[in-house]
Design a protein around this ligand. Sequence first.
Ligand SMILES: Cc1cc2nc3c(=O)[nH]c(=O)nc-3n(C[C@H](O)[C@H](O)[C@H](O)COP(=O)(O)OP(=O)(O)OC[C@H]3O[C@@H](n4cnc5c(N)ncnc54)[C@H](O)[C@@H]3O)c2cc1C
Length: 342
Amino acid sequence: MPQLMILGAGVAGTACAHTLSNAGITLEVVEKSRGTGGRTAGKRFEGGVFDQGARYFTIKDPTFAKYIQAQMAQGTVKPWHISFGSYHPNQGWQALQDQPTRYVACPQMNNLAKSLLGNITTHYQHKIIRAVYNSSSWHLYSDHGQVWQAKQVVCTLPYTQTKELFGSYLSNPTELSKAGVNTPTWVVAFTTSHQLSLPFHAGFIHSSILNWFAYENSKPQRSNQQHTYVLHASAAYSQANVDTPAAEVKKTLIDAFATLTEQTIHPTQDFTHRWLYADLIEGQSLGELYYPEVGLGLCGDWLLGGRVEGAYLSGVQLAQKILRDYTSSSLIHNEESTHGNS
Ligand SMILES: Cc1cc2nc3c(=O)[nH]c(=O)nc-3n(C[C@H](O)[C@H](O)[C@H](O)COP(=O)(O)OP(=O)(O)OC[C@H]3O[C@@H](n4cnc5c(N)ncnc54)[C@H](O)[C@@H]3O)c2cc1C
């Protein structure tokens, strides 16, 4: 039995796993999907790849900066130096000035989480559907009938899913919703045989339908054979069309982009994905939550700003809290055994 099980191999889960494992804690990760990275996942298709979730990340915090510097030295993270713009219905297209440096993991965004995970044992394609705490250990039940037992559990799922699984063990489940709730985002990607004529390589769109576009080939180390573009729907459109058929969403987004850029678009391939828990309506920054009385820790972007950097820091901070708890309880054990021996 591992000391600890981590639910979710996104950035928060892998950052937590990396920090705990480096400190000698035995742990395993269980992940519902086929791969690592969670909302930094990419999508491979014939002739290329695109980032289906997080587009890039920025850096503010020195701890995150230090980790990213090490990754840059290994070539797994690179700055994305391109022309960024924005579109406002009243002002048209404008270049964005004085922008923070944007970084991408290479060859796909999920490589950040992959590097953090290293060779830590991970059980993919197991969705945890039930979690039960019995006096001193957890039992985690997967949708494939597997059960894992561990003394401690770290949950890195977005708020709504965390509450579903662990709500009855949390002393303050309703309070937690103030930390931030993730809302849906529709993402459409398409390829073309000729490069589109665009004012910028990527940018923010302030329209009722779209809020982002990117020419994926402009990211470092993407060697797509065809010109690949990604569009994100606005929060308002995504929320209002959460149950709209994917084919209809795809057509609406591509048509809106064609109108904005004043050209006809003939996709050679296209992909549509709905993220149910994407953008964060930001709330209180709780950082992470630790309930030592039931051996449960919570981390994830929803507790710290809703971005890649926040997810990383939340995972590291929870790991540090758990390690401090281990150190102090082993001191207590040592003191007890010393007294017992005397
Ligand atoms: C479309 C989109 C665009 C974005 N753009 C940016 C951006 O440009 N810059 C930026 O910084 N951030 C961006 N983000 C946000 C960023 O991706 C997230 O903040 C970050 O990846 C969250 O990491 P996490 O580990 O907290 O959560 P997640 O990545 O959601 O990790 C949770 C993991 O748990 C797994 N899981 C869920 N339920 C279960 C279960 N029951 N059992 C087992 N495993 C389970 C999931 O599969 C997932 O791998 C974007 C997100 C989206 C969706």
